[in-house]
Write a protein that binds this ligand. Structure first.
Ligand SMILES: NC(=O)c1ccc[n+]([C@@H]2O[C@H](COP(=O)([O-])OP(=O)(O)OC[C@H]3O[C@@H](n4cnc5c(N)ncnc54)[C@H](O)[C@@H]3O)[C@@H](O)[C@H]2O)c1
Length: 258
């Protein structure tokens, strides 16, 4: 087992989702203590917390809605008291509403932006301010999406939120660089789990056609995302900031056939 991230505390929103769990496992396996939040009741987190503790790390779970700025600030402080100042900050929570612009309600639009963009901002801001206060270096890794880079007309609110995240990442990279805080993004393509996995579940024909469309002919796995996050969190990453690791198997390079 690696100890590359020993003495670090990772804080991950949406930590009970498929990608959130994979990130938590990877960072714990490299020696980081782990704090997770999600919307599900604490009992749902217990088996996973045991798994993380079996890796030799401290782990905790709290029910926190990322769209609530003051709850997010309070959570970051609670984690700090329990596990130490979070040094690896991973805004990961998101939802997706499948509705094109004609059918998207104002409330759906607001909720998507509140969770996917505001929620990521609340965690990143609260975490960065604690690092500055303690004069500690750290890493922020946003979980974006290739949807920020290409139009997906059936999920416009999701695309807009992820495009906003891209610019937030760059703004924060500049603002916090002199504090030793590097801010980056991992942008997965179509993952065979989580938000898109659930859409493909029970529809093997859809899964096969999506895979066939992807130049590398494989779908992204949660562990691919987790390893990219760990790379950006590693102490030997000293220069990458404001960057995005796009993991879409070449999908966004394609030009639609006429
Ligand atoms: N699955 C994909 O194909 C894919 C592709 C690109 C990017 N992503 C991104 O990966 C990240 C993780 O998604 P996933 O695919 O693992 O989905 P997931 O649904 O398995 O995980 C998302 C988690 O976020 C939690 N969550 C939702 N709203 C929340 C809120 N208001 N407060 C706290 N937690 C909340 C959910 O309960 C869930 O556990 C997201 O940022 C998503 O946009 C996923």
């Amino acid at each position: 087992m690696s100890t590359a991230l020993a003495s670090q505390t990772a804080i991950i929103s949406g930590g009970l989702g498929d990608i959130g769990r994979a990130i938590a496992r990877e960072l714990a396996s490299q020696g980081a203590d782990i704090a997770l939040c999600d919307l599900r009741p604490p009992a749902d987190a217990e088996p996973f917390l045991s798994e993380l503790r079996a890796l030799g790390q401290r782990a905790r779970y709290d029910v926190v809605d990322v769209s609530d700025a003051s709850a997010m600030r309070a959570w970051v402080r609670e984690v700090e008291s329990a596990l130490g100042v979070p040094t690896l900050i991973i805004p990961n929570a998101a939802q997706v509403t499948q509705a094109d612009v004609r059918h998207l309600s104002a409330e759906q639009w607001r909720r998507e932006l509140r969770v996917n963009l505001d929620g990521a901002f609340h965690l990143a801001q609260a975490g960065a301010l604690r690092l500055v206060e303690h004069r500690k270096p750290g890493r922020i890794v946003f979980i974006g999406s290739w949807a920020a880079h290409r139009v997906h007309a059936h999920i416009p609110a999701y695309c807009v939120a992820k495009a906003g995240l891209r610019m937030l990442c760059q703004c924060m990279a500049v603002e916090f660089a002199t504090h030793g805080i590097l801010v980056n993004e991992v942008a997965p393509g179509i993952v065979d789990a989580g938000l898109s996995g659930r859409i493909m579940d029970g529809n093997d024909a859809l899964r096969d056609s999506v895979r066939a469309l992807t130049p590398v002919n494989t779908l992204v796995q949660p562990d691919d995302v987790a390893q990219a996050v760990a790379f950006l969190c590693a102490p030997n990453n000293r220069q990458m900031t404001g960057s995005v690791i796009l993991q879409d198997g070449g999908l966004s390079l394609l030009t639609p056939k006429p």
